[in-house]
Write a protein that binds this ligand. Structure first.
Ligand SMILES: N[C@@H](CCC(=O)N[C@@H](CS)C(=O)NCC(=O)O)C(=O)O
Length: 228
């Protein structure tokens, strides 16, 4: 068996869960390294400090190359592994698959950020939950400080991501429309575009892994408008 890849990410990161699901579906051996823990030791830092980081080992198993950005990561995996490919064979479907993946990565992520960092109850939940994943053994005081740091940073970046009072109605109605479309579509289909998943399924899964499980307001909307 080849040396496993490494995926650095965390549970509150939609793109990390997207890539973790891709690796699992494709049955590619990998090691899951939680960002900010000792798991990350020895893994080179990427030029752009974002997660997930995909690490490639040399012949000895040491991670010597890393890359970020989930769409090119998926493309790279397509060149390395043949089995259980995500790429549709039909060119038209391939285009649609990439388009919907991009919609998930670039637009649905605004819904995710908005529902996590705008409603007070979500912010309070994230304040308690997010620090625990990298800090399971941290003291209560440290968890509190980390929660404070994360909340201050993320809430102050809301406008940068597009979550403003002006945009809120657009983001929120778009989320409900997505839920309703998925609810109807999944009644008769297992996947978005055929009988096996493509990149778009994983892109949407990553964002929804947060929206419909972690944040209370968006989870409630999901139950109301599209529980499938
Ligand atoms: N386009 C990237 C986006 C990755 C991304 O935005 N990751 C977030 C976490 S989910 C991040 O690392 N943000 C940097 C930060 O918060 O400093 C991808 O598809 O992987």
């Amino acid at each position: 068996m080849p040396n496993p890849l490494t995926l650095v990410g965390t549970y509150g990161s939609p793109y990390s869960l997207k890539m973790r699901a891709v690796l699992r579906y494709r049955q590619i051996p990998f090691r899951w390294a939680i960002q900010g823990t000792a798991d990350e030791q020895g893994i080179p830092r990427p030029k752009v400090a974002i997660i997930p980081v995909l690490g490639f080992p040399d012949a000895s198993g040491e991670v010597t190359e890393v890359m970020v950005d989930s769409t090119p990561q998926i493309a790279r995996l397509e060149t390395m592994f043949r089995e259980r490919s995500l790429k549709p064979t039909d060119a038209g479907l391939h285009f649609l698959d990439l388009l919907i993946e991009d919609y998930a990565d670039e637009w649905v992520t605004k819904m995710m950020y908005h529902y996590r960092w705008a409603p007070r109850e979500s912010v309070e939940r994230a304040r308690k939950l997010l620090p625990v994943w990298p800090g399971l053994h941290a003291t209560d005081e440290r968890l509190e400080r980390m929660g404070e740091y994360i909340v201050d940073r993320q809430v102050s970046r809301r406008a940068l991501v597009g979550s403003t009072e002006t945009n809120a109605p657009v983001i929120e109605s778009s989320y409900i429309r997505l839920l309703e479309i998925l609810h109807r579509h999944l009644e008769g289909n297992d996947f978005l575009l055929g009988d096996r998943p493509g990149s778009s399924d994983f892109g949407l899964y990553g964002q929804l892994s947060q929206l419909v499980i972690i944040e209370p307001p968006s989870t409630d909307l999901c139950i109301l408008h599209g529980p499938r």
